[in-house]
Design a protein around this ligand. Sequence first.
Ligand code: AMP
Length: 437
Amino acid sequence: MIEVKETVFDRLGKRVRDAIVELGYSIPTPIQEKAIPPLLDGRDLIGCAQTGTGKTAAFLLPIIERLSDPKIPHNKPGHPRALVLSPTRELAAQTCENHVKYAKYTHTKYACVFGGVNQYSQVKDIRRGAEIVIATPGRLMDLMTQGEVYLDKIEYFVLDEADRMLDMGFLPDIRRVLSKLPVKKQSMFFSATLSPEILKLAGELVKDPVQVMISPETPTVDAINQKLMCVEKNNKDNLLCWLLEENPEWDKVIVFARTRHGADRVLKKLLKKKIAAAAIHSDKTQAQRTRALTGFKSGKLRVLVATDIASRGIDVPEVDLVVQMELPLETESYVHRIGRTARAGKGGAAIGFVAPEERVLVKAVERYIKKSIPVDRDQPYHVDVAGKDKGGLPTAPWIKGKKFRELAGEGQKGGKPHRRRGHGRRQPDFGQKARFS
Ligand code: AMP
């Protein structure tokens, strides 16, 4: 007799289950396993997990299940019952796409609310009685001010990627939204990191929460084949083009650049080499970003060049390779970036470019991910980066306890790199002050 193992998905109603079975979700991911039962029981939740872990379904499925309960009367138009706040338009749009798939048979009405596009169709969806609103804070507040949407009937509230919200300066907006929510509601709080500031915000929102931690070093990251390539700064673009030309089988490649300017420069070089590519960063209009993302997802574009904030949360299935033109100054971003590949348990590859003067960044990342990343010397632009080839990098004595942003000159007057007096050795030169976009 074949034994059919029960999963947490069995606690969902048939209509929601049928939708996810069609999507091929037969086994819940760890966060779904841990979050769905308490959410269905009405508990508040703090989830420490990043995109790629299946967290969207972890909160959307229970919400859709509850919203589609036929015993509960329909909401009044303009007064949704569920609100999901997302830091970026891309993440909001993606969460909506998932909602459409999961609610295929429940027909739960929704509105996707974000700036950079005309509000007309968003308002129309709300007036038609959207039960769930998935929104970025700015546009949501515009519509609240205009009297198009009221949050007094919210029963389910999700704050997604709270750490990124704070990075982007949304804290005052979040507080305003929170002040409009009814006291009695079920709150779900998701963040990739749990700093004291994040925990303080979570404390204001959730009551007696269930905590679910999916650590960054879980199998998703382990499944990724990570490599470093050592290359002079001015040869990085050439190395990227060489990699793409040598490996035509890589159909979907995401390239991370630290700055908008850097992203545009890489894009120009790729287009000159006739490689189908587009860039997304905060200087691009919403229409340009959507076009780039759609082109990349559909396979029309082979390369998507992105900065961290613009790319956060983007879910593109089957990315073959993630290239980092520079390792990030914030070590957690390394895990976010490489997490674009190997989504939901699939393998993937990630290559980080390191110039000799950037070697201290490697040490920081390796310490963060708790493993050494091998150097691939089999490329035409290889240069020796002190220490790395001999199995590990020296820890620069001045770097201990310093934040990398500080080292890069961020947050200091004049943007000059910090220099330790009387040390005789030069600080690593990170070049121009980085602009995070
Ligand atoms: P997320 O972390 O929510 O962005 O999800 C990452 C990817 O995993 C998305 O492409 C989802 O469609 C997919 N996914 C989520 N849950 C499952 C599951 N249980 N089985 C297979 N794929 C899943």
